[in-house]
Design a protein around this ligand. Structure first.
Ligand SMILES: [Cu+2]
Length: 173
């Protein structure tokens, strides 16, 4: 019975994810001023989608709308630590980068003390990376960098705010 409930919930989450995706596509065809840098869909990266929407481990990422923001072909990509209304989100929650890109997490100073931890053993889904920024800190301007040389997926979270969905993902291609 438990597995049936799980399947039902996954289906619901999947369907829920279609709503913002469809809306985004419609907006794109009208505006079309994205400079050709197409976003990726979380549907094509189940590990990312699962990590950011499932609640078996931690909450659902509040700012993830099923889109993986395209930041490919850049040397350095920034992710804000302590984003959103309550300062308990990574922004963007999901991002795609090219191999060899340095991801720089920068603390906003909002939402209390945060850290950045990719720990596959403590997560769900298939994460190819393992790293940690260390103990949680709350100072604005704090940074943590990780250069992602290998193609794969990095799933990570903030330890103090895992339960409220402070989760992130990087697709490295
Ligand atoms: Cu946090």
């Amino acid at each position: 019975m438990q597995s049936r409930l799980e399947v039902t919930r996954r289906t619901y989450l999947w369907l829920a994810g279609l709503v913002p995706l469809t809306a985004g596509l419609a907006g794109c065809s009208e505006g079309g001023d994205d400079g050709g840098d197409e976003e990726l869909s979380g549907e094509d990266y189940p590990a990312v989608d699962e990590w950011l929407t499932e609640t078996e481990v931690g909450g659902e990422a509040p700012n993830y709308d099923g889109t993986i923001v395209n930041q490919r072909e850049q040397d350095t990509v920034q992710v804000d630590v302590g984003a959103g209304e309550d300062g308990i989100a990574f922004e963007p929650a999901a991002v795609s980068v090219s191999t060899g890109t340095t991801v720089r997490w920068e603390w906003t100073g909002e939402g209390g003390a945060h850290n950045v931890v990719a720990a596959p053993d403590d997560q769900i889904g298939e994460s190819d990376y393992e790293f940690s920024s260390g103990d949680p800190v709350d100072e604005e301007g704090e940074t943590y960098e990780e250069t992602l040389d290998d193609a794969g997926i990095a799933l990570y979270h903030c330890e103090p705010h895992l339960s409220v969905g402070m989760k992130g993902a990087v697709v490295v291609e």
